[in-house]
Design a protein around this ligand. Structure first.
Ligand code: MG
Length: 159
């Protein structure tokens, strides 16, 4: 059995007037991530982890932000497309682990819903989906409300 590990990172600016979409759910908050799609930083980091495990480059290579087709897109669709690319190579996702870094909103009340959504999109058990939230203790762009970042790893297996 072949085992592949991939890592992904993403960050977006947080601005007023954008919905705060994270892991496929919308969380009430005065600001939201700015981007071409819905700017779901968790989804984008996870896409890059899956693509990385397959050595398929990154999200921007497959879904350029100059493409009007992806303007305002639900990033769960991007995630599904990345999963399909992995499956086309014969890989199945074994587990994923994500860390989101942001000061506010407090994410702990939403982690279960995010895990359930990812479990459904990835078609793996919820026990194989880990989502963690951290602050950067007020430091830097993730600490002062300017932005949000996410790190992800994905383990893929090919029987
Ligand atoms: Mg992004």
């Amino acid at each position: 059995m072949k085992i592949r590990i991939g890592h992904g990172f993403d960050a977006h600016r947080l601005v007023e007037g954008r919905p705060f979409v994270l892991g496929g759910i919308t969380i009430p908050h005065p600001t939201g991530p700015l981007g071409h799609s819905d700017a779901d930083v968790l989804a984008h980091a996870l896409c890059d982890a899956i693509l990385g495990a397959c050595a398929l480059g990154d999200l921007g290579k497959h879904f350029p932000d100059t493409d009007p087709a992806w303007k305002g897109a639900d990033s769960m669709r991007l995630l599904e497309a990345c999963i399909e690319m992995a499956r086309d190579l014969g890989f199945e996702i074994s587990n994923v682990d994500v860390t989101v870094v942001v000061q506010l909103p407090k994410l702990s009340p939403h982690l279960s819903a995010i895990r359930e959504r990812l479990s459904s999109v990835l078609r793996i058990e919820i026990g194989d989906v880990s989502v963690k939230a951290k602050t950067s203790e007020g430091m830097g762009y993730t600490g002062d409300g300017t932005g949000i970042a996410a790190y992800a790893v994905a383990a893929l297996v090919r029987p």
